[in-house]
Design a protein around this ligand. Structure first.
Ligand SMILES: [Zn+2]
Length: 75
């Protein structure tokens, strides 16, 4: 029994760039300013899409509500 068994299964602390997937230090979110600006643009678009979706939901709800109200008024 002479072999020292060194267990070095330590996972190096790192994360991946959210845009291109490159390994980056854990205190960073993106690998470069370019990826940061891409992410910001994507987030802005997602926010706009979410607002649009909410507006559409409200519009559909209003249309259904008006149709039901009209039908109720007819009978
Ligand atoms: Zn990147």
């Amino acid at each position: 029994m002479s072999g020292k068994k060194e267990k070095k299964v330590r996972i190096v602390d790192h994360r991946h760039c959210r845009i291109c997937g490159k390994a980056i230090p854990p205190n960073q979110e993106f690998c470069s300013e370019n990826c940061r600006s891409i992410s910001e643009r994507m987030e802005a678009r997602q926010k706009r899409m979410r607002n649009l979706l909410i507006v559409m939901y409200v519009a559909v709800f209003l249309i259904i509500f008006i149709m039901l109200a009209l039908r109720a008024g007819m009978s």
